[in-house]
Design a protein around this ligand. Structure first.
Ligand SMILES: Cc1ncc(COP(=O)(O)O)c(C=O)c1O
Length: 476
């Protein structure tokens, strides 16, 4: 339905009654007072306003703080490792815009590059030197990226890579792994079916079952399940798609043997192996996870760091495959703002700074953060998981490697830890199953501050409920 179509009387009365039947979500409870963030009246007031005009008050769901409770913070500015909210409170930030900001907030070289590019014109819808130079830089850093196509988000990158794999192999089925997130294309919003060989099921309203059925979902960390599935249906598979460092369901580090098994099974079946490096790409060094694990995918997808905080995604890989993309091939994909010169300039400045010492500094900062936090965290029944500058706290020992092994009850403890850290000026991602990120800007001062906050916040999070040490959490 287009946005301008009139709403039917039936829909209207259902909406007015708050019955929520129009979209099939089922009855919703009547809206109570808007959630508030204690001691942050400006953020709370902005959120109350936002709830009236933005669905859920946000532009992307997890920002709404639903899994940790309370109202989200509204940020006014950021510099280096720090952000300031609309109430003027300061935080050391580890969400880092969910990963793009490997150099921290508002790094000078990136701001200068953006300024120079914007002054020359913000968009042409025509080829520019900027996209060529970023593509050449990407290929110099990751030689598996023989050809590169720029898009504007990680979702678009993965969606386009899947279409390319389907067109190239002339097959429809894709395999993904339970717990991995690849953006919000219909056939990727799919959860595991009830049996291994069953098709995936929609994980969101609005996804047709027939489309979800073109995706099969397998467990991570399980060569036997992979081999059994590929033996039965490998000849139908266009692409096996994985986050090689699964970082959207906690940080579920995979054994290299599992990633090698993916390569072998794809070779046997004539399917393409697609590494979704939207998080790991250019964060784990120039070659990302592919280089770190020594496994060669056919296609790579990028987002986040490649745009240095501006909207950039890319898919890249084998020349013979990439040449099938229009206009050199018949697989269509396009974008008005693709290769946007301002965004390309931000990406290039970011990757150059990382290449010129940034990756070494990022690793040093991440090691220092690990050394500061690990003893504090592991004093409790909790573990700190790290891959490069990507971190996760789990309350399971040993840390899980598959989503099916993740104990979801840890979310309640995380919500307490999150609230206690927020009260002490440390901002983690507002969800137990999201990772947190270091940047080159997390210097010794920021790390020492964070360690002090963690020491106190962990004591609060692990204090028996109702004891004097347990602080009240955020308003529900
Ligand atoms: C691994 C992975 N792939 C794809 C996406 C989608 O990227 P975007 O949010 O830029 O559309 C994300 C987003 O977090 C991601 O983590």
């Amino acid at each position: 339905m287009s946005g301008s179509e009139p709403v039917s009387a039936q829909q209207k009365s259902a909406e007015q009654a708050g019955a929520g039947q129009v979209c099939g979500c089922g009855p919703r409870p009547p809206a109570g007072p808007p959630p508030a963030s204690p001691g942050r009246p400006a953020s709370s007031a902005l959120f109350a306003r936002a709830l009236d005009v933005l669905p859920g008050g946000v532009s992307s769901p997890v920002r709404a703080f639903r899994s940790v409770g309370g109202a989200p913070l509204f940020f006014a500015r950021g510099k280096g490792a720090r952000v300031w909210d609309e109430d003027g409170r300061e935080y050391v930030d580890f969400c880092m815009s969910w990963g793009p900001l490997a150099l921290g907030h508002a790094p000078a070289p990136v701001l200068e590059a953006i300024g120079r590019a914007a002054a020359l014109g913000t968009s042409f819808g025509a080829p520019t030197r900027a996209e060529l130079e970023l593509a050449e830089l990407v290929r110099a850093l990751q030689p598996l990226a023989e050809m590169v196509r720029f898009v504007s988000s990680g979702t678009e990158a993965v969606m386009s890579a899947v279409r390319l794999a389907r067109g190239f192999t002339r097959r429809d089925l894709i395999v993904k792994f339970d717990g991995c997130y690849h953006g919000h294309a219909d056939y990727l919003l799919v959860k595991a079916g009830s049996g291994l060989a069953t098709a995936g099921q929609p994980d969101s309203g609005g996804v047709p079952a027939a489309i979800a059925g073109t995706t099969a979902v397998l467990p991570l960390d399980d060569e036997a399940a992979l081999r059994a599935f590929m033996a039965a249906r490998g000849h139908e598979v266009a692409a096996v798609l994985i986050e090689p460092v699964p970082a959207n369901c906690g940080l579920l580090l995979q054994r290299p043997e599992f990633l090698r098994a993916l390569r072998a099974e794809c070779d046997r079946a004539g399917a393409l192996l697609v590494f979704d490096e939207v998080i790991s790409g250019f964060r784990l060094g120039p070659g990302g996870a592919a280089a770190r694990y020594g496994v060669r995918p056919d296609l790579l997808t990028y987002g986040k760091v490649i745009g240095g905080g501006l909207p950039v995604g890319a898919y890249a890989g084998r020349r013979d495959v990439m040449r099938c993309v229009a206009p050199s091939g018949c697989i269509y994909q396009a974008g008005t703002l693709s290769g946007n010169p301002v965004a390309m300039a931000a990406g290039r400045a970011t990757l150059e700074a990382l290449r010129d010492g940034g990756w070494d500094l990022l690793e040093a900062r991440s090691q220092a953060l690990e050394q500061a936090l690990r003893p504090l965290v592991e004093h409790y029944p909790a573990r700190l998981v790290r891959e490069g500058s990507i971190f996760w706290i789990t309350f399971q020992d040993p840390p899980p490697r598959a989503w099916g092994a993740v104990d979801r009850s840890g979310a309640a403890r995380y919500a307490r830890l999150h609230a206690a850290l927020l009260a002490r000026g440390v901002y983690l991602a507002p969800s137990a199953f999201e990772v947190f990120f270091a940047s080159t800007a997390h210097d010794d001062g920021a790390i020492a501050f964070t360690a002090r906050a963690f020491q106190e916040a962990l004591a609060v999070a692990f204090a028996p409920e109702g004891s004097p040490e347990a602080e009240p959490g955020p308003a529900p």
